[in-house]
Design a protein around this ligand. Structure first.
Ligand code: FEO
Length: 413
């Protein structure tokens, strides 16, 4: 592997991780993930973000450093924008092979450095506006952007190159597809990045959306030529494109999302599925894009992504032992956890001896700012009249969703 030049004396030295592991032990990453790490060379050298030992990533990072003729003992500063172990796992190694390096992080980051790695020495705590001068014109300015993703997070701006290192902010799942840069991304790969960025945002960042908007506001004061996040593409051609994309995503849980409908459904014996078909017929007659996901057959990671961006959300599942079909209950809890708010929502489902799923649905919908249609529930198999009612309610919801304007704009790159 070889380091990749981002600007004069600024290099990407990260690794693309192909793995069947789950991200954070929860989220599938069938297209892997990039662990971006960067080197800035001045009179002294700094590395910004590390990697964790994952799919050979630490070996790749050391090889990339070697290609710059930098060995770990030549590194004077390890800048840690965010302490989550996907970016800090290698610390145990740098501690033994680069004992002189100083760790640079926020006050909260220093506490995590101690908690995760037992490190209390050679730590420089910085706050917004603090600077570190590497010499030869290279100088960092730090900005705290708490809760993007964890409370200790900061961003690091290098004034000479105008590169802004943003940690998880502006990140994505997915490995690079032949280039790390937005301006070398062919049209054919843009849908891949849209999907991997949205799924990353909805799975990892969505509950911190108000902090994302605050962070973006804080970082406006810099004249940024390149956005260099800790995952995903490096935005050199049009950094504003990823800012616009993140603003759009962060607004999805403050208003109504795109004019699309996401359906998450599960069925034990096909009765709830009969109603699903009636509902799909109603939506098709209006002509709104619909994303249909079966629970638990599909992983919630992918369903969350469609639920997050869609203005319409339909939950269909039966009652199971006096409460909601368990895999759907888990999905509903994830919707709450990830703040998938401000949707036009419908619940439908079958029950046998007694209901229970609807009660759970109502409980789990509390404080979600959902505009909820009348639920469609039925005993056992739905009658033709009940199916007709389901179709009518679906048409009404689809009509409302269709009127919502799309928020996608100014994201060309
Ligand atoms: Fe990529 Fe929150 O760590």
């Amino acid at each position: 592997m070889k380091a990749i030049t981002i600007a004069k004396d600024v290099y990407w030295v990260g690794a693309n991780v192909h793995t069947e592991d789950l991200f954070e032990g929860i989220w599938p990453i069938p297209h892997g993930v990039a662990l971006n790490s960067y080197v800035v060379k001045g009179r002294e050298n700094a590395i910004v973000e590390l990697v964790r030992e994952w799919g050979g990533a630490s070996h790749v990072l050391i090889e990339n450093l070697n290609s710059l003729k930098i060995s770990p003992e030549d590194i004077n500063y390890v800048i840690l924008n965010h302490l989550e172990p996907d970016h800090t796992g290698l610390i145990y190694l740098s501690k033994s092979i680069a004992p002189q390096a100083k760790f640079v992080t926020t006050e909260k980051g220093a506490r995590l450095l101690e908690g995760f790695y037992g490190i209390t020495e050679n730590v420089i705590e910085v706050k917004t506006g603090d600077e570190i001068n590497l010499g030869n014109g290279k100088k960092f300015i730090f900005t705290e952007i708490p809760n993007v993703h964890w409370p200790e997070t900061m961003a690091t701006y290098e004034i000479d190159s105008k590169v802004l290192f943003t940690g998880d902010a502006f990140g994505a799942f997915g490995v690079h597809q032949g280039s790390i840069f937005d301006d070398e991304t062919p049209e054919i790969h843009k849908q891949y990045w849209e999907e991997e960025t949205l799924r990353y945002y909805s799975n990892i960042i969505s509950m911190f959306s108000s902090s994302v908007l605050k962070g973006i506001d804080e970082l406006k004061r810099f004249d940024t030529r390149v956005i260099a996040p800790s995952h995903g593409l490096v935005w050199r051609g049009n950094p504003q494109a990823i800012i616009n994309k993140y603003v759009r995503y962060s607004n999805y849980n403050r208003d109504l999302g795109e004019p699309e409908i996401c359906i998450a459904w599960g069925s034990m014996y096909g009765n709830t599925e009969v109603m699903l078909n009636a509902i799909l017929k109603g939506i098709a007659s209006v002509g709104v894009p619909v994303h249909v996901h079966r629970v638990p057959n599909e992983d919630p990671s992918f369903i969350l992504s469609d639920a997050y961006k869609s203005a319409g959300l339909i939950i269909g599942c039966p009652t199971y032992e006096y409460s909601m079909f368990p895999p759907m209950k888990y999905f509903m809890e994830l919707l709450k956890k990830k703040s998938i708010k401000y949707k036009k929502v419908l619940y439908f489902g079958s029950y046998g001896w007694s209901g229970g799923a609807q009660k759970d649905f109502e409980k789990l919908s509390e404080n979600m700012n959902w505009d909820i249609s009348e639920s469609i529930t039925f005993k056992g198999h739905p009658t033709p009249e009940e199916c007709e009612k389901g179709e009518t309610v679906a048409i009404k919801l689809a009509d409302e969703v269709k009127k919502i304007p799309s928020k996608i704009k100014n994201e060309e790159y």
